[in-house]
Design a protein around this ligand. Structure first.
Ligand SMILES: NC(=O)c1ccc[n+]([C@@H]2O[C@H](COP(=O)([O-])OP(=O)(O)OC[C@H]3O[C@@H](n4cnc5c(N)ncnc54)[C@H](O)[C@@H]3O)[C@@H](O)[C@H]2O)c1
Length: 667
């Protein structure tokens, strides 16, 4: 047995490992605020010690107390394994169940140093998107996955492995819940408190569900958004060429923006306050050029526009300084947005202007009230600059990071007289009507061989399937099909793989089912060397209820309900998912969204064929039916088409009421 297998099977070591310093060469989460009182701190330490035998407690208790004092959380750094955590071939992980091995592969990818934003704090992206709360949970979970069989289900409560429970072979191998709170305890400070106590975590969307595949996952969605934003402001535009797009953030997801902008053939300027994030993206080739001098940067962008050059440019500094300089120099910008982590404004998601990254982090930990005020002042300046530029013709949209929400809470000038936001969210204007309502969403897969050759084969197969489907597809979805065919054709040469051999494309339910079926056949006949994991981002048609993002183009009042996401995850779980997950928070913030997803290992078997057809059909059409019931006409079209394809689907259709009748009522 390899050392890796032995180490995983050992779980929590029986002897206390040597103390280790934190790794200075990786990015670390900001220190969290000191929110617990003395009794609560004692409880947090008692909670942490539950994972360890009593003979370790005298060493660990003071160490955990120190971690809590210094970092605001107990990460248990001492227990970080010696081996490198990364995606590997399925067979490299110890297992009795291939499905459980697939889960080890996927969660290891989420903690890979090349992928994770703060790997030693087990945070994959979004500043607080955790895979686990601490290293004991990681060690236990890997051990359970290594030991379990196909008649057991591992239950994860916000990263905590509650244990293996007997189930059956068609049941999910893992059920994940993250951050599920009693609704009255779901405010941002509740996350701080209960996360510090070690009883809940913020799983973001794909971090705590092991489905994050690096920035590639978002490159494609961003690419589609930018292509369509360019077409929206310029009916003759095929893409973003000759247009400048300004935004912020080079983090986990936001780091995809420069690459997506270049693939859309535009000029993409991104401000990033954390130099470590900026230079990491530069080294990885995700951003072409970095500037500290704003005038040099803007001159470069204007020249690129004249030459219709596709280029990505990072500003090593605060986004507000960049916007204000654009205003001063009166440079016309076609499109603007923002992807700072405003879902998490007080704990490192958004940095105030006029101070360095380090100074801001220091203030955040030691003077959180002042930090909050500085963030609010910055949001007001941020909004003022954007308002000036939109008056000069720029198209601005909210990129699902709660920018509009937090700017309004900071009393920035972001509301129309009727109380609506001045700007649309990208889902209201672009993604909702053009993609989600038709069922197009971020389908993805990962080759369990971890072999680039397999990925290239899956790219070819997916492209062939889409080309065939496009031939017969209705006019309403031909543009979506062709954007995705172009994407998959160029995917290999765009070199987007960081970590596991993964690919994403936007497909509707028919596309997802047909691609998955073709993969399953290719595994069965040996064209692919190993099984494939299917999944998706939670940011999709059916998985997420989020009134300011995924469901912001629902206008019947139900955007504030979460039935769709809950129905979705329950429905996926009994239709064949290998794992399912449901999260509070993710994207726009704790308490603001419920989102869920699945993973499914297909292995070329008849069982896989049955499961993929049953589950993928439900996984997309659940959301379309809800969107159709909300009277969204594109969804109405799509659900009628789905009912024709499968006569067992019978969906309640809405009747429309006459406007003049409604308006004539005495209310
Ligand atoms: N719309 C979408 O499709 C979509 C997708 C993914 C993420 N998001 C949202 O976008 C946000 C960013 O996600 P992420 O995973 O990249 O988070 P992240 O925390 O990894 O990255 C955000 C980056 O913004 C930087 N930043 C913060 N304040 C800044 C400032 N004032 N000036 C310049 N840079 C600043 C941070 O240093 C950080 O690197 C999140 O709120 C997320 O939910 C939206």
């Amino acid at each position: 047995m390899t050392n890796l297998k032995q180490a995983i099977l050992q779980g929590i070591p029986s002897e206390i490992p040597a103390k280790r310093d934190i790794n200075a060469s990786v990015s670390h989460a900001p220190n969290r605020k000191n929110i617990l009182n003395k009794e609560e701190k004692q409880l947090a330490i008692r909670n942490a010690l539950r994972y360890f035998p009593e003979h370790m407690h005298t060493v660990l208790a003071p160490e955990f107390a120190e971690e809590l004092k210094t970092y605001g959380r107990i990460y248990m750094y001492r227990f970080i394994p010696e081996y490198e955590i990364k995606a590997r071939h399925l067979e490299d992980f110890p297992h009795k169940s291939k499905q459980a091995a697939a889960l080890q592969m996927m969660l290891s990818n989420n903690l890979d140093e090349a992928i994770a934003q703060h790997p030693e704090e087990l945070i994959t992206y979004g500043g607080n998107g955790s895979v686990f709360q601490n290293w004991a949970q990681y060690l236990l979970c890997m051990q359970y996955l290594a030991e379990m069989n196909n008649e057991q289900t591992l239950v994860l409560y916000s990263g905590h492995p509650m244990g293996l429970f007997p189930s059956h072979k068609d049941a999910p191998r893992v059920v994940v819940t993250n951050g599920m709170m009693i609704p009255n305890y779901s405010k941002p400070d509740d996350w701080e408190k209960f996360n510090a106590l070690g009883v809940t975590q913020y799983g973001q969307m794909t971090a705590g569900s092991f489905m994050y595949i690096g920035p590639q996952g978002i490159v494609h969605g961003t690419n589609i958004t930018l292509l369509n934003a360019a077409r929206k402001i310029d009916a003759r535009a095929a893409d973003l060429s000759g247009k400048i797009f300004i935004t912020a953030g080079l983090g986990g997801m936001s780091g995809a923006q420069p690459k997506a902008g270049v693939i859309a053939k535009g000029i993409c300027i991104v401000a990033e306050i954390n130099p470590q994030a900026t230079y990491k993206r530069h080294e990885q080739g995700w951003v072409d050029e970095v500037y500290k001098d704003l005038d040099e940067l803007l001159d470069r962008a204007v020249t690129a526009r004249t030459n219709k050059e596709a280029v990505s440019i990072a500003y090593d500094g605060n986004i507000v300084d960049l916007w204000e300089r654009v205003v001063e120099r009166n440079i016309y910008i076609e499109i603007g947005s923002d992807q700072t982590s405003l879902h998490n404004p007080w704990a490192g998601g958004y940095y105030p202007v006029g101070m360095s990254y380090d100074a801001a982090n220091e203030m955040m930990a030691n003077n959180p009230e002042k930090f909050k005020k500085e963030v609010q002042k910055t949001l007001i300046r941020h909004t003022n600059a954007i308002n000036t530029l939109t008056e000069r013709g720029m198209y601005f949209f909210d990129y699902g990071n709660a920018f509009l929400l937090e700017a309004s809470r900071a009393n920035a000038d972001i509301l129309k007289p009727n109380g609506d936001f001045k700007y649309p969210s990208y889902v209201q204007d672009i993604m909702g009507p053009m993609c989600f309502d038709y069922g197009f969403g971020p389908f993805r897969w990962v080759c369990a061989s971890n072999d680039a050759k397999d990925l290239a084969i899956t790219d070819r197969i997916a492209c062939e399937v889409l080309e065939k489907l496009m031939h017969d597809s209705p006019d309403e979805i031909k543009l979506q099909m062709s954007d995705n065919i172009n994407w998959i054709k160029a995917a290999g040469e765009n070199k987007m793989v960081v970590g596991s051999q993964a690919r994403i494309l936007y497909a509707d339910s028919e596309g997802r089912m047909k691609i998955a079926e073709a993969f399953n056949n290719a595994i069965a006949d040996g064209t692919l060397s190993a099984p494939v994991v299917l999944g998706r981002d939670h940011h999709d048609v059916s998985g997420t209820d989020s009134p300011y993002r995924e469901t912001s183009n629902i206008y019947d009042g139900s955007q504030f309900t979460a039935d769709m996401a809950i129905q979705n995850v329950i429905g996926d779980s009994f239709r064949g998912a290998t794992w399912v997950s449901i999260h509070n928070g993710g994207g726009v913030g704790w308490g603001e969204v419920i989102n869920g997803g699945f993973g499914m290992l297909i292995d070329g078997s008849a069982d896989s064929d049955r499961k993929l057809k049953s589950m993928l059909f439900w996984d997309v059409n659940n959301g379309i039916s809800r969107r159709s019931w909300a009277r969204n006409k594109e969804a109405n079209f799509a659900i009628k088409r789905a009912m024709k394809m499968n006569p067992d689907l019978k969906v309640t259709m809405p009747n429309s009421a006459d406007d003049s009748l409604i308006n004539s009522l005495d209310l």
